[in-house]
Design a protein around this ligand. Structure first.
Ligand code: PMP
Ligand code: GLU
Length: 401
């Protein structure tokens, strides 16, 4: 069948495919440990659910403006100011059907044929596929474990040319859990300002940072970079609301106006009910987020401790999000390794190929401490059976910081 040329090039989402497979196996009663999950395992807090239910009961069930209700956009503007020291007028904010949708829309608005979009690798699976829709070209900036999978000013500079339009930054990162420091972000911002490159700052994991680190919002680094940055966030990860589908973006008025037109002719508004629930989320006390973050940090520590005993596997210590990105290259191609681990010891993991990192596997710690112990125990047994010659439990300790 002949379909649209750009659609034809799309690769399916590994994260969604494997997560769906793990959920299917669990629903069939299989004893699967799910390290594939890209969503918090906590329930949406009751007061947020209640706001959604109230919206239905109050009849708030009709179209809203395509880029969200004025009230929600005001609440988001207040959040940006309070949490991120960012001043956006409500008119500079677009609410979409998840942060994924926000990023998709911005890429379609900004990137064009003949232009290049810079994507640090490893990257979240959807960025390059979104660029394919736009007709622009993805240019990957490789990183290594040595730099904690973060780009350096020299690495960024080396990939810029006259076609460069946009950089997609993700901190804390999915899949690596790396978090950029203020100083690192400042040096990236300086280069982007110099070359007038727009930046999508994907801040969806903002609330999940560990080791006492402070989250820094990229656009807050100065007026010049503010004018070039599209700040993306949402309620999925911070409030366990992945299914409600509310994400948002703050940015230059002109770009937001185009996003508005784009949504007018594609999705129209995100669900009215979810918008009400998102507003309750943004106004809810921070305490439940903090408790969730503390639990994730404890789970991270546990997962790393367990991984230290697995022969042949190394990782870079994540400081944010809920993933550990592990080097399994000693065991072969990540796709094949993930399949073997799922088939042989019933642990679901996401192979790195889709993240631009063959040889790596992403392990999510968005699951209970019991499951973490059990899952890594199983991986350890698998690794011992399949251990490459000379592998010890030391490499993990050698690479982690
Ligand atoms: N960015 C990153 C890096 C993510 O991991 C996710 C998770 N799906 C998203 C954006 C999108 O989140 P959502 O669409 O659920 O708001
Ligand atoms: N972002 C999550 C993940 O990386 C959810 C799945 C997706 O949307 O890709 O697993």
């Amino acid at each position: 069948m002949k379909v649209n040329r750009r659609i034809q090039q799309l690769v399916g989402s590994t994260t969604l495919a494997i997560t769906a497979r793990a959920k299917e196996l669990l629903s069939q009663g299989k004893d699967v440990v799910n390290f594939a999950a890209g969503e918090p395992d906590f329930d949406t807090p009751p007061d947020i659910k209640a706001a959604g239910i109230k919206a239905i009961q109050d009849g708030f069930t009709k179209y809203t403006p395509s880029i969200g209700t004025p009230q929600l956009r005001e609440a988001i503007a207040a959040k940006f100011l309070k949490d991120n020291n960012l001043t956006y007028k409500p008119s500079q904010i677009a609410v979409s059907c998840g942060a994924k949708h926000s990023i998709f829309n911005i890429i379609q608005v900004l990137a064009d044929e003949g232009e290049e979009v810079l994507i640090p690798a490893p990257y979240w699976v959807s960025y390059p596929e979104m660029v394919k829709f736009s007709g622009a070209r993805s240019v990957f900036i490789p990183t290594t474990a040595k730099s904690d999978f973060k780009i350096t000013p020299a690495g960024l500079q080396a990939h810029i040319n006259s076609k460069t339009k946009l950089l997609v930054l993700c901190s804390p990162s999915n899949p690596t859990g790396s978090v950029y420091s203020r100083q690192e972000l400042e040096s990236i911002a300086e280069i982007c300002v110099k070359h007038k490159i727009y930046v999508i700052s994907d801040e969806i994991y903002e609330k999940l940072v560990y080791d006492g680190l402070n989250f820094i919002s990229f656009a807050a680094l100065g007026k010049d970079i503010y004018d070039l940055t599209l700040t993306v966030n949402g309620v999925s990860k911070a409030y366990s609301m992945t299914g409600w589908r509310i994400g948002y973006c703050g940015g230059p008025q002109e770009v937001i106006d185009y996003v508005n037109k784009f949504q007018d002719h594609s999705t129209s508004n995100p669900t009215s009910i979810s918008q009400m629930a998102a507003m309750a989320a943004l106004k809810s006390p921070e305490e439940s987020i903090k408790a969730m973050c503390r639990e994730f940090e404890a789970r991270r520590d546990l997962m790393l401790k367990c991984l230290d005993a697995v022969p042949g596997v190394s990782y870079v210590r994540p400081q944010g999000a809920f993933y550990v990105f592990c080097d399994f290259s000693k065991f072969g191609a990540a796709d094949a390794v993930a399949k073997q681990i799922l088939d042989e010891v019933n642990v679901a993991l996401i192979p790195g190929e889709g993240f631009g990192a063959p040889g790596f596997l992403r392990l999510s710690f968005a699951t209970s401490q019991e499951k973490i112990k059990e899952g890594i125990k199983r991986i350890g047994e698998w690794a011992k059976k399949n251990a490459p010659v000379g592998a010890t439990s030391l490499p993990a300790a050698a690479v982690k910081k």
